[in-house]
Design a protein around this ligand. Structure first.
Ligand SMILES: Nc1ncnc2c1ncn2[C@@H]1O[C@H](COP(=O)(O)OP(=O)(O)O)[C@@H](O)[C@H]1O
Ligand SMILES: [Mg+2]
Length: 268
């Protein structure tokens, strides 16, 4: 299945390589704001990124690009968007102006999302959870291992119809959720088949910025909801599947109460 998925894609050519030497400034000027261009420049100087090739996803808060390191390793570069486009042209001027303190705080908040994502990825990765290896964070940019092939990201689990060994993938995910909780002391808090990439039989958990410490006020609510999303998806693949309550109890050591379960009900 994976092979078919990638067949239509090809090796990047020279023309694809938009971020190269000084050319990138021109090429990406309409895409990135000045602050982001500066940050990318810094990552190039540190020899973390060599070239950025293309965008693989544009989301509400962030865009993800396919890039390569100077060693030729594939990278995913997630850039938290600082401004809507109408600000791009003027940010160079307003940033030096004291009256625009609010703008600065918006930028700082994007930096903190990137830092949080990097920190959560790192804690999960150190515990052996299947997440992309974190490589660097700088300002609003997170650099990590690229999950996919030839610059094409692996499919999201939600789009995979023929999982070869669904019970294996399901167990792997539950194991990772448990490891995150018990060892990394982390709850993903936005886990669903929309934030899992399926590659070579492995379920890779991504999009960690909103992860919370297990002591967070709503950590158990989020954990229950994460489990609910995963179990709901696998119901179609497995005959014998535990309930969210069973798995929650196994991980946390106590049953979920009605308040913990209410977050799921609110949403459906
Ligand atoms: N490490 C990665 N390797 C390959 N593709 C990735 C990686 N991280 C993100 N992507 C791609 O970018 C998309 C959006 O990433 P995600 O972290 O979920 O951001 P968002 O906040 O926009 O949901 C993913 O669905 C996936 O296609
Ligand atoms: Mg996502």
């Amino acid at each position: 299945m994976d092979n078919d998925f990638y067949d239509e894609f090809r090796e990047p050519t020279r023309r694809d390589r938009l971020l190269k030497g000084e050319e990138y400034k021109e090429a990406w000027q309409g895409v990135f704001d000045v602050k982001t261009l500066e940050a990318l420049d810094a990552l190039k100087r540190r020899r973390i990124i060599e070239d950025i090739y293309w965008v693989v996803s544009t989301g509400k808060e962030a865009d993800v690009f396919y890039a390569r390191s100077p060693n030729g390793d594939d990278l995913a570069v997630k850039i938290y968007r600082i401004h809507t486009s109408k600000f791009r042209r003027i940010d160079k001027y307003v940033l030096g102006d004291k009256r625009f303190g609010r703008m600065k705080s918006v930028i700082k908040s994007k930096w903190s999302w990137a830092r949080r994502e990097y920190k959560n990825l790192s804690s999960a990765w150190k515990c052996g959870v299947h997440v992309p290896k974190p490589i660097a964070v700088y300002r609003n940019i997170v650099v990590m291992e690229f999950i996919g092939q030839k610059g094409t990201p692996a499919p999201l689990l939600k789009d995979v119809e023929d999982i070869e060994y669904p019970e294996k993938v399901f167990d792997m995910l539950l194991n990772d959720i448990e490891k995150m909780y018990k060892e990394a002391k982390l709850v993903h808090a936005d886990l669903s088949p929309f934030n899992i990439l399926y590659h070579n039989g492995i379920a890779w958990i991504i999009d960690m910025a909103q992860g919370v410490n297990i002591n967070h006020q709503y950590a158990l609510h989020f954990l229950y909801r994460d489990l609910h999303h995963i179990i709901n998806f696998f119901v179609a693949f497995l005959d014998d599947i535990p309930s969210p309550d069973e798995v929650f109890t196994r991980i946390v050591g106590k049953e979920p109460d009605l308040i913990i379960k209410s977050l799921v009900r609110e949403q459906f």
